[in-house]
Design a binder for this molecule. Structure first.
Ligand SMILES: NC(=O)CC[C@H](N)C(=O)O
Length: 407
């Protein structure tokens, strides 16, 4: 990593035999040069690092990564190719998710029975600008020391870059604080969801039972969340995150789900937060994940803050205070609920064992709870799947039915 003052192109890194075809310029002037993959072009976004060792397609298609470039700390990305199943955004044609990707090693030819093509071609089709061949450990250390960075990532097969202009663009970008990306991340349409989780040798299933009805408010929802709820015999109706409380209640839900999503939770204060405030007064069980958790906290009067480097990975330890158990979880957030701001009557249910930040809350005396981490774990370990059953039990209890085993 070096601070380049070069304004002319093509850029030739000292170790390379060929000119760089992709480049990352941070707002602090740091320049990283390597080999381009995926879509040509240039885009400004926030660079964060993800420590998961599997699930690169699920990560890159997670709508919560809108406005972000993901640096994978795992060095070999792409070796199992790409397929049409490991997708997390609801409407892939809209390509909501990460806009850039950074890898240590070049993408190799795919070798996996599920592969339908090369990751490079998939990145190109999805419009993701990718850079490979850089020291991702150094970039990760840089982010850990200095915090997530605003940047511009560019890929030009001819290696023509205007580094000065890229530096200026990175420095001038507003960053994610104050940015509402959830409104655009949502599919914007109401739909029914009945697909159940993928099973070995069977693929995805379809749920026809409709024991309970869950309305999921979509702020950029991940498919595996909907699959897990459908897998618990729920009829799932997805509504745009901009729906009013009246529109939600018109569906007669037994439970209301608040989805994950991109951007600053505090920027959703005009549409989502007031609606959530109304919904929690109805007595209908409410469950929120990640952005849904943060917006619920805001609706309850707490505050959210921007984190230094965020949590992005599939190996984070979280403690559930209600059971005393520790779960290894999937994480993807750059904002957090300030636990000191949680008002009276709200219990902090989960905390991160990495840094003590808030990872869950429950409203005393109401069937309303949420978590910061990702129990759908796509990708990630399945320790937190019990949270979907906890939600179902709140619904069953309210409907006068017997609880199912949580674990
Ligand atoms: N995965 C999410 O829902 C992320 C929530 C929010 N955009 C954050 O970065 O903290």
């Amino acid at each position: 990593m070096h601070d380049s003052t070069a304004q002319s192109s093509p850029v030739t890194p000292p170790w390379a035999t060929e000119p760089a075809t992709a480049i990352l310029v941070l707002a602090d002037g740091t320049v990283l040069e390597g080999k381009g993959f995926g879509a040509p072009g240039a885009v400004e976004a926030e660079v964060c690092f993800n420590t998961a060792i599997t699930g690169y397609q699920e990560i890159l298609t997670d709508p919560s990564y809108a406005g972000q470039i993901v640096t994978f700390t795992f060095p070999h990305i792409g070796n199992i190719g790409a397929n049409d199943e490991d997708i997390e955004d609801l409407t892939p044609a809209r390509r909501t998710g990460a806009v850039g990707a950074i890898f240590k090693a070049d993408i190799t030819d795919p070798s996996n029975y599920r592969s339908a093509g090369h990751l490079d071609a998939w990145l190109k089709a999805r419009g993701i600008v990718a850079l490979a061949g850089i020291d991702t450990r150094a970039l990760t250390a840089h982010i850990r020391e200095n915090g997530v960075a605003n940047a511009v990532i560019a890929h030009d097969p001819k290696g023509q870059f205007d580094i000065g202009a890229m530096k200026q663009r990175a420095a001038e970008w507003s960053g994610l604080v104050g940015l509402d990306l959830a409104k655009d991340a949502a599919s914007g349409q109401s739909s029914q969801w009945s697909v159940t989780p993928w099973k070995w040798d069977e693929g995805f299933g379809v749920n026809t039972a409709e024991d309970v009805h869950i309305v999921a408010l979509d702020y950029g929802v991940k498919r595996n969340i909907l699959r897990l709820m459908a897998g618990l015999d729920a009829k799932v109706t997805v509504l745009p995150g901009t729906a009013s409380a009246e529109e939600v209640l018109a569906h007669n839900p037994d439970g209301i789900f608040l989805s994950n999503g991109p951007g600053d939770p505090a920027a959703t204060g005009e549409y989502a937060v007031p609606v959530i405030r109304e919904l929690i007064e109805t007595g209908i069980p409410v469950f929120g994940i990640c952005l849904g958790h943060q917006m619920l906290a805001l609706a309850l009067g707490a505050k959210t803050v921007k984190m230094h480097q965020g949590h992005h990975g599939a190996n984070h330890p979280v403690k559930d205070h209600t059971t005393g158990k520790v779960e290894i979880v999937s994480m993807n957030h750059g904002f957090a609920v300030d636990s000191a701001s949680l008002p009276k009557g709200i219990t902090e249910t989960h905390v991160s064992l990495f840094d003590g930040t808030n990872c869950g809350l429950a409203v005393d005396g109401k069937p309303v709870f949420s978590v910061q981490h990702h129990p759908e774990a796509s990708p990630g370990p399945q320790d937190s799947h019990y949270l979907f059953r906890r939600f179902l039990n709140l619904i069953r209890q309210r409907n006068g039915e017997a609880a199912v085993a949580e674990r």
